[in-house]
Design a protein. Structure first.
Length: 261
C-alpha cells in the first residue's frame, strides 16, 4: 500500500503553533527543530495548551540560530538567538529531562503574553522513548506523529463540521491509506527515510482547542470517544493517529510516496 505525504508540520515550541513546510529533514529525534523548545513553570513542569489554551496563538519560527515568536497576545515579536546557558532540570508529564534556559528577556515576553510566570528552555541531553528504542526532544513520548487525511475526513462526517488538521497537530499528514489505514501500518518507507510506527496516538483535551482562536469546545474529544476508545497495553484512551520512531533519516517532501506495511 502506498501513501502520499500530504503535509509536514513542525512545532518549534512545545504546545505552541505549528509551521507547515514543503520539506523537512527527518532526524533521529523527529523532524528537525520539532519540540526543540518548551515553556516551563517556575518549578520546571512543562506548560501546555491543557492549562493555557492561548499557547495555540504563539507562532514560532526557528531557523537553527534565531527563534522568532509572534502572537496577538503580545506587541512586538520576540526575536532571540538560541542561547547556551545554564541547564535546568525540567519535566514532561513528570518525566525528568534537561533544558537550557533561554534568558530573562524571553521569560518576560512569554510570561507577559500568557499571563503566567514561565521560562523558555531548549532541549539538551538525551531522552528515550517508552517503547521502540528511539530518542526524542520535548515531544510527549515519541518523535513523530502521523495522521491520515481520510481519518479526519471520516471524523468530520461524524461531527458534521469541517475540523482542520491543525486540531490534531500531526508532524506528517498522509493521504492514500483510507480512513484509519494508519492503524494497521507498522512501517513507512520512502526513498530517503523510514519510520516505524510504534503505537496509537492517545488524544487529550487539546483537540478541543481551536488553534486559530484558542477557544475550547468539548465536541471533538467527545465525538472521538464514541468510536475510538481503545486499549493499548494496560492503558485505555482515545486513539487517533499513530506515533513513530525514525529508523532511517533523510529529507521528506510534500508529495513524496511512502510504502506502508
Amino acid at each position: 500500500m502506498t501513501a502520499i505525504v500530504a503535509g509536514l508540520n513542525v512545532f518549534p515550541v512545545k504546545s505552541a503553533g505549528g509551521v507547515a513546510l514543503a520539506e523537512a529533514e527527518l532526524t533521529p529525534t523527529g523532524l528537525r527543530h520539532d519540540r526543540e523548545f518548551m515553556l516551563v513553570r517556575p518549578d520546571g513542569r512543562h506548560l501546555s495548551q491543557r492549562e493555557i489554551p492561548e499557547m495555540a496563538l504563539l507562532q514560532p519560527v526557528f531557523d537553527g540560530v534565531k527563534l522568532t515568536v509572534s502572537s496577538p497576545l503580545a506587541g512586538a515579536p520576540l526575536v532571540c538567538e538560541a542561547a547556551d546557558g545554564p541547564a535546568l532540570d525540567v519535566t514532561v508529564h513528570k518525566r525528568p529531562c534537561r533544558g537550557v534556559d533561554q534568558g530573562d528577556d524571553a521569560a518576560r515576553w512569554f510570561s507577559t503574553a500568557l499571563g503566567a510566570p514561565c521560562r523558555l528552555v531548549r532541549f539538551t541531553g538525551t531522552r528515550p522513548t517508552p517503547l521502540g528504542g528511539g530518542t526524542l526532544a520535548f515531544a510527549d513520548g515519541y518523535p513523530v506523529s502521523v495522521l491520515s487525511a481520510e481519518s479526519l475526513d471520516d471524523l468530520n462526517r461524524r461531527v458534521g463540521e469541517p475540523l482542520p488538521m491543525s486540531r490534531f497537530r500531526p508532524n506528517i499528514v498522509l493521504r492514500g491509506l483510507g480512513p484509519y489505514g494508519e492503524d494497521a501500518a507498522t512501517r513507512l518507507r520512502g526513498a530517503a527515510a523510514e519510520i516505524e510506527l510504534i503505537r496509537p496516538a492517545d488524544r487529550c483535551m487539546i483537540v478541543n482547542t481551536d488553534q486559530e482562536t484558542a477557544r475550547r469546545s468539548p465536541g471533538t474529544l467527545r465525538a472521538l470517544a464514541r468510536y475510538r476508545l481503545a486499549r493499548f497495553g494496560g492503558a485505555r484512551g482515545i486513539m487517533f493517529g499513530r506515533l513513530g520512531v525514525p529508523r532511517a533519516t533523510g529529507v521528506l517532501r510534500v508529495g513524496d510516496e511512502l510504502a506502508a506495511s
